[in-house]
Design a protein around this ligand. Sequence first.
Ligand code: FAD
Length: 383
Amino acid sequence: MRNLDDSGLDRRRFLRIAAAGLAAGTLGGAGGCAARGGSGAIAAESREVPQPGPHVFAAPDLSDGMVMATRAGIRPYRSGRVRVECEPRGSTLLLHNYGHGGAGVTLSFGCAAEILRLVRERAGEARSIAVLGAGVIGLTTAYELLAAGFRVRVYTRETLDRTTSWLAGAQWAPSLVARGNPPGDPAFFGRVLRDSHARFNLLAARGDWGVVRRPNFVCGDGGGGLRHIPSELGGTPEIVARLPIAGLAVPGEVVHTMLIEPPVFLPRLTSEVLALGGEILPRSFESIDHVLALRERVVVNCLGLGTRALVDDPRLVGMRGQVVLLRPQNLPYMLSHGDGHMFPRHDAVVLGGTVERGVEDPTPNAAACGRILAAHRRFFAGA
Ligand SMILES: Cc1cc2nc3c(=O)[nH]c(=O)nc-3n(C[C@H](O)[C@H](O)[C@H](O)COP(=O)(O)OP(=O)(O)OC[C@H]3O[C@@H](n4cnc5c(N)ncnc54)[C@H](O)[C@@H]3O)c2cc1C
């Protein structure tokens, strides 16, 4: 099997597949998503189903013995838009960076760059900054500020492996996030996406940050946030006659994006923050008064859902996401189909997932996880 880590998919290969599919008359109609053994034109042509080979990737092993764990995380969703703005409180300049929903990893560096811009505009002579929260938003914010020469202390209640960020997939795509712009800044969201994409692209080229370029094979109405990647950032899908997965005979689309592995990326980011002179300290904030009592006069709130301890924001809601983790497998692609998605990483194959607005219980629900697994088995049935 070819390793697609850095090269991306061979576009000519897909065009050839598309042409072959058309010539054989095996295209099952736009958006069709039946696997081998399904109904209609595709099933009739089942002898044409691709087999594993140099340009066809293996299907996952979804057997019971491969299941390692189930997990649930609570996305900090904010209706309207992500909140990146200043809210002066007495002698403290409070800045907010929260509400990234299902796209916190994706938007992280772009939002951190916006915070740096606001700090430069508003913080005057202050050089010491407190960052509240050490999930992906707090850590990228701290990193940007440190790299720009500020002194930064990061305060966190949880260790890294207990944050929502640790549970992210994570695909680079603006999924499950309100894409609004603040008043007076109609270009905000596009700018955040571009800045973040550029930074992750650089990290993918570095090779040791847990960031790799990956195709996502999209079938039917799968795709979610991929549909919102601007075309200049690779969001225009390539339509193919058959997805190159062994045993499948389904048409689909290929979107070239990135996979970010939190168990590699977040510890690496933490080390960079420390290497730049940042400090990470345990602290729990129960109210805004605790924050205003900090010695720093510039404070960036990156507490995600924990923001509710500081400010009343009725737009901020939890959105539970459950996933099933399978033992690692060598599958250098991602997959999105109508009933789920699959992100194969080095530590696990992540099968998603649920979107449960207003649910904040972090205990995985066995029935929901069973449905996730069943949906993927149905998709790959016959593979
Ligand atoms: C199942 C799942 C899959 C996901 N997949 C993707 C994906 O593919 N791509 C993507 O881009 N995003 C994905 N996300 C979304 C992403 O995980 C979140 O948007 C992101 O983690 C939010 O980061 P955060 O730093 O704001 O919050 P968190 O990671 O929750 O960090 C919050 C920090 O604040 C601290 N804190 C909170 N309250 C307090 C307090 N009172 N006092 C002190 N400290 C406090 C916590 O200890 C922690 O350090 C996914 C999320 C889930 C649940």
